[in-house]
Design a binder for this molecule. Structure first.
Ligand SMILES: Cc1ncc(C[n+]2csc(CCOP(=O)(O)OP(=O)(O)O)c2C)c(N)n1
Ligand SMILES: [Mg+2]
Length: 328
């Protein structure tokens, strides 16, 4: 083991981040299998391959900081601390899930963790975080609000209007563009005129950074900078994370739009977990066996979550009219 740690996190923190990334990967890969068996209702969009971005950013946040997620939201939820068993129950459509089984994959939320919700409407999270950030600014608590959008959703009017609003009001917001190169089957370059989201941000008066979203440490460092600025009253920023998604747009997607060998290349050369593993083990800070031990415990945790989800009851007809309005 090395005497010095060249990373910006202590060893126990590095292990915790790896564990969260592995939990997301295992959660998603398990859903991939269970969905193909017909066990899961509704639509499911998997975050596997993109874990370093969620965890690199969320490592800087507390429960008081708020995020708005997307249709591909499981990774954001897990990284923000939402209970994995409650998430699994929700995705299986069972009572005891985050929405008592009535929302499913695209409607997972937990306000106690600052997770304002996954969202089936592209770009809908951007105005929400402006509201959350305005509240944080008034409360003077130095909290931030973060909106995740895909490269496709970043062309929505709501997103562009929110960039402007956040700049005008100097809100503590970070807009994270998760650029995985596709919106459904449409390639990013076909549908978006600018190459750099940093250029687009500049047009709205926001500073921006582009990072390799498969490199946990690059994301962690850039996120640290923009979050610190927002906490200190320096206003909003945009962070573009370039990444790959391992599965289809949705479960069941035949992915005929991919180039030959693209998926294999993604897994071989752009796997953020492998990249993290190589960096920390080759620096001598963490032993490969320690990471393997985490892999084993996470596997057991996800197996257990599925067992609990399958054992939980389905909502009844009487549940149809509950949880419709908030009771104060
Ligand atoms: C307002 C709106 N328009 C269209 C859709 C249909 N739709 C769902 S996901 C998606 C593509 C999203 O691509 P991107 O934002 O890049 O996110 P990714 O799926 O790549 O994570 C589309 C067009 C939608 N859900 N909402
Ligand atoms: Mg995309």
């Amino acid at each position: 083991m090395a005497d010095s740690n060249p990373f910006p996190l202590a060893k126990d923190e590095l292990l915790a981040c790896y564990r969260t990334m592995r939990t997301i990967r295992e959660f998603e890969d398990r859903l991939h299998v269970d969905f193909s068996r017909g066990d899961i209702p509704g639509f499911v969009h998997l975050y596997a391959g993109e874990e370093a971005t969620a965890v690199g950013i969320m490592s800087h946040l507390g429960d008081g900081d708020r995020i708005a997620s997307t249709h591909r939201g499981h990774g954001h939820c897990i990284a923000k601390g939402v209970d994995v068993v409650a998430m699994m129950k929700e995705i299986y459509g069972r009572k005891g899930g985050c929405g008592n089984g009535k929302g499913g994959s695209m409607h997972i939320a937990d306000l106690s963790k600052g997770m304002m919700g996954a969202n089936g409407i592209l770009g809908a999270g951007a105005p929400l975080v402006c509201g959350a950030a305005l509240a944080a600014k008034y409360r003077k608590k130095n909290e931030v609000a973060i909106c995740f959008v895909g490269d496709g959703a970043s062309n929505q009017g709501t997103f562009l209007e929110s960039l402007n609003l956040a700049a005008v009001w100097n809100l503590p917001v970070i807009f994270v563009v998760e650029n995985n190169g596709y919106a459904e089957s449409t390639s990013r370059d076909y549908a978006t005129a600018v190459n750099s989201y940093v250029d687009r941000a500049a047009g709205f008066g926001l500073p921006g950074i582009t990072v390799d979203g498969t490199d946990f440490f690059a994301v962690y460092e850039a996120a640290g900078e923009v979050i610190k600025r927002a906490r200190e009253g320096g206003g909003p920023s945009l962070l573009e994370c370039k990444m790959v998604r391992f599965h289809g747009h949705f479960e069941g997607d035949a992915q005929t739009y991919r180039a030959p060998g693209e998926m294999e290349d993604n897994r071989a050369n752009h796997d953020c977990l492998k990249i993290f593993n190589t960096l920390v083990t080759s620096a001598g800070v963490i032993d490969a066996a320690e990471l393997q031990a985490i892999d084993t415990t996470v596997l057991v945790q996800i197996d257990d979550a599925v067992v609990q989800a399958k054992a939980a009851p389905l909502p009844t007809l009487a549940d149809l009219t509950t949880d419709v309005y908030v009771t104060y």
